[in-house]
Design a protein around this ligand. Structure first.
Ligand SMILES: Nc1nc2c(ncn2[C@@H]2O[C@H](COP(=O)(O)OP(=O)(O)O[C@H]3O[C@H](CO)[C@@H](O)[C@H](O)[C@@H]3O)[C@@H](O)[C@H]2O)c(=O)[nH]1
Ligand SMILES: [Mg+2]
Length: 198
């Protein structure tokens, strides 16, 4: 990681209360050839993985609904958000992480996942890179009701929706989670066998 457009990088720890928030001061070489000093706050809570579970037979997808405090602080009336299954990597590799999260959050034991994207989720402020997956699920893969890990006070509602309904929710603004929008759009763009078009 070296850039000849950066020098004098100074890092100050602002918080390590749960994750890590730093203040970074650095000199940056502008495109016009002048050096300027910049300051950025950078939040590091690790990387994440997310997955769209779909069933071509039933034409359904599995989504979750959970309370998200940051959205409650910003315009989301009851704070609940419809999302794909997702989690933070901890020490896992992305594939193992998303297979584990799928069982914990929605109760399906899957073993084959396909990686479709790797993307920074909020590059102006977060270090987080997200690994996006898709996987087919079938009813016989269901091993529990899901709901999340109780000891972590996760409280996740599992939604199995007709894909048409999910797309309707995308178009009418009911789905407001970027990661979920990304994967539903992936499904549409790549015609995953979910939508019978003629
Ligand atoms: N005590 C405490 N616990 C926390 C805090 N932040 C998160 N947790 C706990 O950490 C766990 C996170 O659950 P995961 O399923 O692993 O992560 P996620 O929150 O679903 O993360 C996914 O969505 C995020 C978007 O909000 C993504 O940022 C992330 O990469 C991933 O996709 C939850 O049990 C939650 O209780 C905190 O500040 N304090
Ligand atoms: Mg999660």
């Amino acid at each position: 990681m070296a850039s000849n457009r950066l020098k004098n990088i100074k890092s100050t720890l602002l918080s390590d209360n749960y994750y890590i928030l730093k203040k970074l001061s650095f000199d940056y070489l502008m495109s016009n050839g002048t050096w300027v000093n910049q300051m950025r706050e950078v939040y590091d809570r690790g990387d994440g993985a997310g997955i769209l579970l779909y069933n071509t037979e039933k034409q359904t997808v599995i989504l979750t609904k959970q309370f998200r405090m940051p959205t409650y602080q910003n315009d989301n009336e009851d704070g609940f958000l419809v999302e794909i299954t997702a989690g933070m990597l901890d020490k896992d590799n992305p594939e193992d992480c998303i297979i584990r999260e799928t069982e914990e959050e929605v109760g399906y034991r899957i073993n084959k996942v396909t990686k479709v994207y790797e993307a920074y989720t909020s590059p102006g402020v977060m270090t987080e890179k997200m690994h996006f997956f898709i996987a087919e699920y079938t009813d016989d893969m269901k091993v529990s009701e899901g709901g999340g890990v109780e000891t972590e006070t996760e409280d996740i509602e599992v939604l199995e929706l007709p894909v048409e309904e999910a797309i309707e929710m995308l178009n009418n603004g009911e789905i407001q989670d970027m990661r979920t929008i990304v994967l539903l759009q992936y499904a549409i763009i790549n015609n995953l066998g979910l939508i019978n078009r003629n």
